[in-house]
Design a protein around this ligand. Sequence first.
Ligand code: SF4
Length: 164
Amino acid sequence: MHKILVSRCLLGHRVRYDGGASGPFDQLDVWLAEGRVVGLCPEVAGGLPTPRPAAEIPGGQGLQVLDGKALVLTEAGEDFTEAFMRGAQLALETVRRHGIRIAVLKANSPSCGNLLTYDGTFTATKVTGEGVTAALLRREGVQVFSELQLAEAAAALQALEPAL
Ligand code: SF4
């Protein structure tokens, strides 16, 4: 059975920067019941507390953070890059350990966003880009979806398990 990496905040765990969470999501509940879900919050796993200041990537590109060409900063200028990198690395180790090929990560997050992130101006401006963890997992070949794409994630799982 294929496991699926899921952002912990989508599982109702109050790990978001503001102490909040999301969900429930019916599809995630099904996968939880099947024992497929491996939950992870990269930012908390990387050592950050909850609540914590919001952080953004100037330019919005997690790939650039991975390559040492951009930082993850709070509005006050605190550098969270190291914790974000550590969390992404732990996510990578997790998917390798479980042979995970599919992830469902929280949309728009500077760690987890798979299509959009905030641009670093703290003006709620989104740009095309991935969070640091999402970028690293996609680079590893993991198919990364968000909670807005659960049907697509289910189709990807079906493709991996056509007999089910
Ligand atoms: S979006 Fe990712 S890093 Fe942010 S709280 Fe959710 S799991 Fe943690």
